[in-house]
Design a protein around this ligand. Structure first.
Ligand SMILES: [Zn+2]
Length: 145
């Protein structure tokens, strides 16, 4: 075996199905639906391990997500928090016209960047937004009374 260690490790359809612990009909369906990458070597279908690992979708628990934020682009947990700045801070302004009466109708944004792929995520201040929503509901109630 030592003389073939540089050779890519090919999986047959049966081996691929075994590796993923799925039935061969499922694998054929995924191939037909374009859900999995496969290779044709002449008439033979083969997979590389990366093709098989690619179909594995990790669903993180709420707890994991809360403790370790992950990049929505590449899944890395090297997330660096910061602020997005131009000449000043960026704010989210809700479209709803009823918010315009409030001086503080801008919602602050928090930003984080993935140190692995550079993907930047913006997260609004949900507490502030929810307060705005509550305030506007209260105002509507006052008008109706
Ligand atoms: Zn990333």
């Amino acid at each position: 075996m030592s003389n073939i260690s540089n050779r890519p490790d090919w999986f047959t359809i049966k081996e691929a199905a075994d590796y993923l612990q799925i039935g061969e009909p499922t694998l054929y369906r995924w191939m037909r639906d374009g859900k999995i990458t496969f290779r044709k070597i002449g008439d033979s279908t083969r997979f590389l391990q990366e093709d098989l690992d690619e179909v594995v979708v990790v669903h993180h628990s709420v707890k994991t997500l809360k403790n370790k934020p992950r990049c929505s682009q590449c899944g890395s947990n090297k997330i660096i928090n910061g602020k997005c700045q131009s000449t000043g801070l960026l704010y989210f302004v809700p479209e709803e016209a009823k918010f315009w009466t409030f001086k503080t109708s801008t919602v602050g944004l928090k930003s984080s960047m993935c140190a692995n792929c550079g993907h930047i995520q913006l997260n609004g201040d949900t507490e502030h937004l929810n307060n705005l929503l509550k305030q506007s509901e209260e105002e509507v109630e006052e008008i109706e009374e």
